[in-house]
Write a protein that binds this ligand. Structure first.
Ligand code: SF4
Length: 422
């Protein structure tokens, strides 16, 4: 009998080349070669990951792993045998459910029919392919290493290998992009009939080459055009049979991402690898972000723990006290930061994440979790935004839900702010 469900996120921080807009924790091949030969570095990293998995064997033994997600970076940059090695280790150390959803993020320049076949053989049953745009001019501008044609070939190879659960990522609101071009992206992706589509608006992250290209940024679409792009994306996808189930995510019936949905509904997850974040036992913790430190700490876990204790001061006692389940081993040697979530934090998070889902949050679930009625805790915020037409209440299956309206989605951040408890 298992105590609960757990999602596993595995971070692979390597890419062919850094994209111009990306601020994720990842290294391009050039940077990897500077650190070490890329191949050797990948092997070393996977060895360290397996050590980390082993360190969690005891604490995770009472959980059933329902989803595994290889993200990055570009997990498909690794040879398939390395991915299989990680999966074998996960299955050896944890109880992975037979029907677990196992996803791997792929860049079309790093895949092949053989790789897809190997993934399927290892039990990976979902692919997330990063396309971003169907126009090579924009792919170049974003610094992507593939063309639209590369993507199409790899998409077909994935289908031929036997994948039927594929997500395609696209980005809108690119510099100089027109509404028509955005619609074309959506139409072309829909023609491929993937099970799932994620469509995000471009975020210009500080410190990226894109952020520093002030000339290019002058041609970013206006807010008004960006909103229209979002509205048209929703419209086109819904007309084509996709269910809009989260602010930026759409799927064919029953093909939601189980892994991401578990983040949005507050299920526990363990993040493994460099800089990975976890949410477990009402605590959020983040692994170290320097690769040499990651290797070093996994080489000598006891030494790492002591180092961690002196670095964190009193906080380390919080870890020792609250993470009783981690008594025999010290995976916390990798934690750079630990946040103990208070009830207030958990309520806020429940609302922020729940309202991202089109279904919204259930009044009864809130009350069951926090022993307090949602309508009382958030009386003012609910009334204010219902009056402004940004939130709505509806009944389904005997339960009452609170969700964003179409108008509310466009200004979701303004709504979320009012769910912060003073
Ligand atoms: S492939 Fe993804 S993770 Fe890698 S640099 Fe590009 S956007 Fe970032």
């Amino acid at each position: 009998m298992y105590k609960g469900k757990l999602g596993i996120y595995v971070h692979i921080p390597f890419c062919v080349r850094k994209c111009n807009y990306c601020d994720f924790l990842s290294f391009g091949e050039k940077e990897c070669k500077r650190m070490n030969k890329a191949g050797e570095l990948y092997e070393r990293y996977v060895g360290a990951l397996c050590e980390e998995i082993e360190a969690y064997r005891e604490p995770v033994k009472e959980y059933a792993v329902g989803t595994i997600y290889f993200g990055g970076g570009t997990p498909s940059v690794l040879d398939e045998y390395l991915i299989i090695k990680i999966l074998d280790k996960l299955r050896d150390a944890f109880y992975v459910e037979e029907n677990a959803e196992i996803t791997i993020e792929c860049n079309p320049k790093t895949t092949s029919f053989e790789k897809f076949k190997a993934y399927l053989g290892a039990g990976i049953n979902r692919l997330s392919l990063g396309l971003q745009s169907t126009d090579d001019r924009y792919l170049k501008m974003l610094g992507r290493v593939h063309t639209y044609e590369d993507f199409l070939i790899q998409y077909e190879q994935a289908i031929a290998a036997g994948f039927n659960n594929i997500n395609v990522d696209i980005i809108s609101a690119l510099p100089s992009q027109s509404l028509h071009e955005c619609e074309e992206d959506v139409r072309r992706v829909v023609e491929l009939k993937p099970a799932h589509i994620s469509s995000y608006g471009l975020i210009v992250e500080k410190g990226t080459p894109l952020y520093n290209d002030k000339e290019l940024l002058k041609s970013l679409p206006t807010d008004e055009t960006s909103v229209k792009m979002y509205e048209r994306t929703v419209e086109l996808l819904e007309q084509s049979g996709y269910r809009h189930y989260e602010i930026s995510n759409y799927c064919r019936e029953g093909m939601e991402s189980r892994h991401n949905s578990s983040y949005w509904t507050g299920t526990s997850y363990l993040g493994l690898g460099l800089g990975a974040s976890s949410y477990f036992n009402n605590q959020r913790f983040h692994n170290v972000t320097k690769i040499e430190e990651y290797f070093e700490l996994l080489k000598d876990k006891q030494k790492g723990t002591q180092k961690n204790i002196s670095a964190l001061g009193n906080e380390s006692y919080v870890i020792e006290r609250d993470m009783k389940e981690f008594a025999n081993i010290k995976p916390q040697c990798l934690w750079r930061e630990v946040e103990k979530l208070t009830e207030k934090d958990r309520m806020e998070e429940f609302m922020f994440l729940g309202l991202r889902m089109m279904k919204g949050v259930s009044f009864s679930e809130f009350e069951e979790r926090f022993q307090r009625p949602l309508e009382k805790v958030y009386k003012e915020a609910i009334e204010k935004h219902k009056k402004a037409g940004l939130l709505r209440e509806y009944e389904e299956g005997g339960d009452i839900y609170l969700s964003l309206t179409k108008k509310g989605i466009m200004v979701s951040n303004q709504v979320f702010v009012d769910f912060i408890i003073e």
